[in-house]
Design a protein around this ligand. Structure first.
Ligand SMILES: *Cc1c(COP(=O)(O)O)cnc(C)c1O
Length: 354
């Protein structure tokens, strides 16, 4: 690094996003995107806004927040919009973590949490998941730290029930608990109904997965009005126009088509369960996923080897080269056709290594 770069970032290890190869066309099952296009009307709404780009976007995101308030059944003052839910998570680390409120999250979870903690210069601690990758709820009670739980968790897909989440939230009256619901629409139970009773709870959700808008970058935070006011202060202190015009219009158009989102989620769940059965019969071990991906390991091949061999055959999955999960690959649930190719290639690989 140059002598110009602030020494406070000298040991920063940036987050590594899943590959987005531009060279050839892969069957992309590596970043949990939707195989379905955005809802009807979204592209047109975005194109119309593109004609008005000489003007800044609405810094209050008023229309979008009104639409969200109706769909989610919470007040307009209980919602904040972000440039992806990653931006909301960044605000949460800025707002609620410091030396006296270190961040606390599982050892196996969304890799961005520790990067946000590091970039904000706050200490963090990991609690090991149980042997079967479930969260031990008691680990997060009485710790006096700011808790971050992805529910369903990534990359395991395992979900906590709402009552388990409530136990964590109720057990931390003096600390903020963040529930990251990026995958909630694929079978999780949302904690949103709890926000009216727990001022220490913040829920994040995203349009990237179930609403097919990963490239649009739209995420939300849901909490009591006091928390939203605090987060909004940070938003206005960094980037008041954080949601651009095209994305704002896309989000509003997507919310008018909730039936489309619901139908797609149901389809993903069906394909997930079919693919899971097929992998079980090939001898894989799988976690009980409530997300739009499967987390699978095979006794005869390491996760890294399977990842590389699938990539050679034109199928991208995600492998994490970290201790407890290096035997696994995370497979996004794609279209039926994509999953058929994935299963054929996986079968070939298992034959090749015999
Ligand atoms: C995808 C994901 C996010 C962030 O998604 P955005 O595209 O920034 O909204 C947050 N948390 C988890 C666990 C995710 O998998």
């Amino acid at each position: 690094m140059s002598g110009f770069f602030s020494s406070k970032y000298a040991s920063l290890t940036p987050y590594i996003p899943g590959e987005q190869p531009q060279d050839k066309t892969y069957i992309k099952l590596n970043t949990n995107e939707s195989p379905f296009p955005p809802a009807p009307g979204v592209a047109r709404a975005a194109a119309e806004e593109a004609e008005r780009q000489q003007l800044y976007s609405d810094p209050t995101a008023g229309k979008l927040i009104r639409a969200l308030s109706e769909v989610l059944g919470v007040g307009e003052d209980e919602i904040i919009c972000g440039n992806g839910s990653d931006e909301i998570l960044h605000f949460l680390f800025m707002a609620y973590c410091d030396k006296t409120h270190p961040a606390l999250f599982p050892d196996i979870t969304y890799g961005f949490y520790k990067v946000f903690a590091d970039v904000c210069g706050v200490p963090w601690e990991e609690k090991p998941l149980n042997e079967d990758f479930t969260v031990n709820v008691d680990d997060y009670i009485g710790e006096k730290k700011t808790v971050f739980i992805a529910n369903p968790n990534a990359p395991t897909g395992i979900a906590l029930s709402r009552s388990e989440v409530e136990r964590i939230v109720a057990g931390n009256p003096d600390n903020i608990v963040v529930i990251d619901e990026a995958y909630v629409d694929f079978g999780g139970e949302s904690a949103v109904p709890l926000i009216s009773r727990y001022p220490n709870l913040v829920v994040t959700q995203t349009f990237s997965k179930s609403r097919s808008l990963a490239g649009g970058r739209l995420g939300i935070g849901i909490a009591c009005p006091e928390r939203i006011a605090e987060l909004s202060a940070l938003r206005y202190s960094t980037n008041p126009y954080n949601v651009n015009r095209m994305t704002m219009a896309s989000g509003i158009a997507a919310l008018r088509r909730e039936a489309y989102t619901k139908k797609n989620c149901e389809e993903i769940i069906r394909i997930r369960e079919e693919t899971k059965q097929a992998l079980l019969s090939l001898g894989f071990y799988l976690t009980d996923s409530s997300a739009n991906f499967l987390f699978a390991a095979h006794p005869d091949i390491g996760g890294g080897d399977l990842y590389r061999r699938l990539k050679e055959k034109g199928v991208l999955v995600r492998h994490f080269d970290t201790p407890r999960i290096c035997d696994f690959v995370r497979i996004t649930v794609g279209s039926r056709e994509d999953m058929a190719v994935f299963l054929t290639k996986t079968n070939e690989i298992l034959e090749e290594i015999k």
